[in-house]
Design a protein around this ligand. Structure first.
Ligand SMILES: [Zn+2]
Length: 493
């Protein structure tokens, strides 16, 4: 079924190159049929899975699942490669479930917002978690994983559909989506949709532990951009019917009482995240304003992709060059901003600037954005000294109020003050080659022996946000040599 969707792009000088709004997907009926068929096949195996979970709990204490618990609770079901960034699990919630999907009328989310205010769209049966920024690049480089939300048995795997770069919801035939489904010991099912072709790390019938890597996140199926669609089916507490549930519930504030989730009586998360999560995700330097316009396509013409995202990431400059500083944010409003200070190699301040969230139309309410990428350009002086420059970026977040920001009070927004330091070099090469000793899990590097504050040698300190990144992806055999960007110039290990 074709549905309207809204994508808003705006350019405001060089202030914001990309504002990403509602993302869409749809779970095909064929997948739902398949999931339920598999449920019938595999529910007989549950006794075995429960035994396995009980054994692990007893003997190696490696699971949080409790046999006999009324409901399974989930950990966050996605994460990035441990060396990709310093945001290990969480990008942006783009859509919650439409808790009114069974009924006529408008959509509603678990915080009771309805219609255009709701953080979802009509009929959505799960949650969407976006990769941001540069999601096309992230999916190409296999930077993000879907991971099992809880212990269970894999009941369905499909990773043979080759449309990872799908960038619009469309009238594709029913079965064009890759996904994994896991049956849990309380008989609930979690599903992970839009995974990358050929990336599944598990097989049907396999027991999986909470947090185990399932597959890479992409945009296969009826999807407008790389993201994870996570949905949960279980017996609804109120009716006993087996159907989709929204795992978010019971907010801690009292603005809407206990919220509006009609399906459950307690959160199905081990640690529930807030409804709104204002964040400065990442700061980077570029040769010019990056383009993310692969996403911004209002045409329904099939096979518009491949996309045309141009990150233009650059960390080495020469005196006199223009440097574009880019800041990726999520869940922010028009009064929020990022303030940057740029320091010379000797730590004396060179310049400063502000990157404000523009006051313009967004969705679901004016001046509010699920994701936005702000940029500002600076020109290095002709006599800029060589060396490593530091950018200190402060996220300035204005508390919500009922009038000035959104015209509405969004409850339970947990602001975390965040300062990010980013580095670039002028007149020298910041690269270094390190021999990485990695730990492996299913053939993928999940961590290595460089930790966030470890001193590698007298001149080099590894810092996860900016300095070490496997190049170009992270799938590597034992003995792989890692390329790392470091803060010192002209250094060799
Ligand atoms: Zn979805």
């Amino acid at each position: 079924m074709r549905k309207l969707f809204l994508l808003i792009c705006f350019c405001c000088g060089l202030q914001a190159v990309h504002a990403q709004e509602q993302k869409m997907d749809e779970v095909p009926e064929s997948i739902q049929r398949e999931t339920l068929e598999k449920l019938n096949i595999y529910k007989d195996k549950l006794a075995e899975v429960r035994k396995w979970v009980a054994y692990r709990r007893e003997n190696d204490n490696t699971t949080s699942s409790r046999v006999g618990a009324i409901h399974t609770t989930f950990r966050w079901p996605m994460r990035v490669n441990s060396n990709y960034d310093d945001i290990p699990e969480f990008y942006t919630v783009s859509n919650y479930m439409d808790i009114n999907r069974d009924s006529a009328g408008s959509s509603q989310d678990w915080r009771c917002y309805t219609g255009g205010m709701a953080m979802n769209y009509r009929g959505h049966e799960g949650n969407d978690y976006s990769l941001y920024p540069f999601f096309w690049r992230m999916q190409s480089n296999k930077n993000a994983f879907a991971v099992a939300g809880a212990d269970g048995i894999v009941i369905a795997v499909r990773d043979s559909i080759n449309n990872d770069l799908n960038c619009m919801r469309d009238n594709f035939e029913d079965d064009r989506a890759n996904y994994v489904a896991v049956l849990h010991i309380d008989s609930s099912i979690s599903r992970y949709l839009h995974i990358k072709t050929g990336s599944a790390l598990v097989q049907e019938g396999q027991f999986v532990q909470e947090g185990q890597l399932l597959a890479n996140i992409a945009s296969s199926g009826n999807s407008s951009n790389p993201h994870l669609h996570f949905d949960v089916q279980d017996t609804r507490d109120n009716t006993g019917a087996y159907d989709f549930i929204e795992p978010f519930d019971k907010p801690t504030d009292n603005v809407f009482g206990t919220g509006c989730n009609p399906f459950i009586t307690a959160s199905r998360w081990q640690q529930q995240k807030n409804f709104i999560n204002p964040q400065l995700l990442r700061v980077a330097t570029h040769s010019g304003a990056p383009s993310m316009t692969g996403f911004i396509n209002t045409s329904y013409t099939p096979n518009f992709c491949p996309e045309v995202e141009l990150p233009r990431l650059k960390a080495q400059f020469a005196a006199g060059d223009f440097i574009t500083v880019g800041a990726a944010l999520s869940h922010v409003g028009r009064d929020d901003s990022v303030n940057v200070r740029i320091l010379y190699p000797n730590k004396v301040q060179w310049t400063s600037g502000s990157l404000p969230v523009p006051n313009t139309s967004g969705s679901p309410v004016t001046g509010w954005f699920r994701n936005i990428y702000l940029v500002k350009s600076f020109q290095l002086p002709a006599n800029a000294p060589s060396g490593t420059y530091t950018i200190i970026s402060d996220f300035v977040y204005r508390p919500f109020d009922t009038t000035s920001q959104f015209g509405v009070y969004y409850p339970e927004s947990a602001f975390q003050y965040r300062t990010i330091q980013t580095y670039f070099t002028v007149g020298c090469t910041p690269s270094i080659t390190l021999s990485g000793a990695a730990n492996f899990e299913n053939g993928y590097i999940v961590s290595n022996d460089l930790v966030s504050t470890q001193q590698i040698n007298a001149k080099v300190t590894y810092q996860s946000a900016n300095y070490i990144q496997l190049n170009p992806g992270f799938v590597a055999p034992q003995g792989t040599v890692f390329k790392a960007r470091i803060r010192d110039c002209n250094h060799s290990d």
